[in-house]
Design a protein around this ligand. Structure first.
Ligand SMILES: [Zn+2]
Length: 377
């Protein structure tokens, strides 16, 4: 693939930094179209989503009657998952068991926020701690592999541990804070298939120094079984999710404290999004976040363009994080810089599942083969 000339969408701010972006004759990108198709489609119309929400809630209550917990919520301490805990208890009247994954990168504030949420809502918290030496080895392996989605490690393990805990407690429902309103747009070229354990194992074998032991994994066949028995619902899509309002509520009601940036509850995520992605992969994730907000009517395109001119994150904070991250990963500055300068590789340069290969081909949600694919996986 040769370098394409620079182009930016005429409606949102997605551009050719997404190497797979497509534009129509009016210069509108595929992300805008996909947004309209999903977010403004029938499924999430005001009437339909309210009906669906009520059905989901009464089903969860019915199936969880007499049990200690009726659903599982993965809590990172960020706005989305914190607010989800709040409405699950206060509005839906559910009995969630809260699951948290500790990968060693929580900011102090995140830990504090998680404690406040479970205390104020009187919830039980299950924390899975991944052995730090093991997680460090995995992250270093991904850095050395030069692949883009280092966060695949965290995202896969959160998913795996919530399913495992649900299974252990015989709970049939997982509620997630994933939502269309603030994070629908995310190019496939910027992430990888979050279910691909094969890719993780392959990269760890090649570059890692530790065996996978405490990192939560589910064998592929069992995962398929789990997914048949346990339903997962992105509940924030079934309400009119207003992030600013959600923030106000959790600040007032749960004494939650703001981090000052999306996904800043984790120091690694902050550094990954603010430094590694822009510097090494030419990816500014704010572009996707702002584009989602433009499509959902929360931000104007002019405002987004203005905001993109500002630095990705505070310069002093970036310097502090830089020192902190390389020290924690036991890298010298030279070693880290060599990683930053090494040529970018694809996740497909390592072993992947067939599912990942198919996903790559079926990039458009309008592709009729997608239905068949969803059935298969
Ligand atoms: Zn667009």
């Amino acid at each position: 693939m040769g370098r394409r000339t620079y182009k930016i969408c005429t409606r949102c701010v997605m551009d050719t930094s997404d190497t797979q972006i497509k534009f129509d004759s009016k210069g509108v990108c595929n992300h805008c179209k996909e947004y309209d198709l999903v977010a403004n489609g029938k499924k999430y119309s005001t009437k339909n989503k309210t009906v669906a929400k009520n059905e989901i809630i009464s089903q969860i209550k019915k199936d969880g009657e007499g049990s200690e917990y009726d659903c599982i919520i993965g809590l990172s301490g960020g706005v989305d998952s914190s607010y989800l805990c709040y409405i699950a208890v206060k509005e839906f009247g559910l009995k969630p068991l809260i699951v948290h994954l500790d990968n060693g990168w929580n900011s102090k504030l995140a830990t504090k926020n998680i404690q406040k949420i479970v205390r104020n809502l009187e919830l039980d918290l299950y924390t899975h701690v991944i052995d730090w030496e093991e997680f460090k080895s995995l992250q270093l392996a991904f850095l050395k592999a030069s692949v883009i989605d280092i966060e695949l490690l965290t995202d896969y393990s959160i998913n795996a541990i919530t399913y495992k805990v649900a299974k252990e407690h015989n709970v049939q429902y997982i509620l997630t804070g994933n939502n269309l309103a603030t994070e629908k747009i995310l190019p496939k070229s910027w992430t990888f298939n979050k279910d691909d354990l094969k890719n993780i194992i392959s990269i760890n074998k090649r570059f890692g120094s530790h065996e996978i032991k405490t990192f939560p994994t589910i064998a592929r066949e069992s995962y398929k079984e789990y997914k048949k028995q346990i339903k997962s619902f992105p509940m924030l899509n079934y309400i009119d999710y207003d992030k600013d309002e959600a923030k106000r509520i959790i600040i007032n009601e749960l004494r939650w404290e703001d981090y000052g940036g999306k996904h800043y509850e984790s120091i690694f995520t902050r550094f990954y999004q603010g430094y590694i992605l822009p510097q090494k992969f030419n990816v500014d994730k704010r572009r996707a976040h702002y584009s989602t907000e433009i499509c959902s009517g929360l931000m104007t395109r002019e405002k987004a363009i203005e905001k993109l001119k500002l630095p990705v994150y505070d310069e002093q904070l970036m310097k502090d994080d830089y020192e902190y991250v390389i020290k924690k990963l036991d890298l010298t500055k030279e070693e880290f810089e060599a990683i930053m300068k090494s040529p970018v590789k694809s996740h497909f340069d390592y072993d992947t599942t067939l599912e990942s290969k198919l996903r790559k081909k079926l990039i458009s949600p309008t592709n009729p083969l997608l239905k068949l694919y969803k059935k298969l996986f």
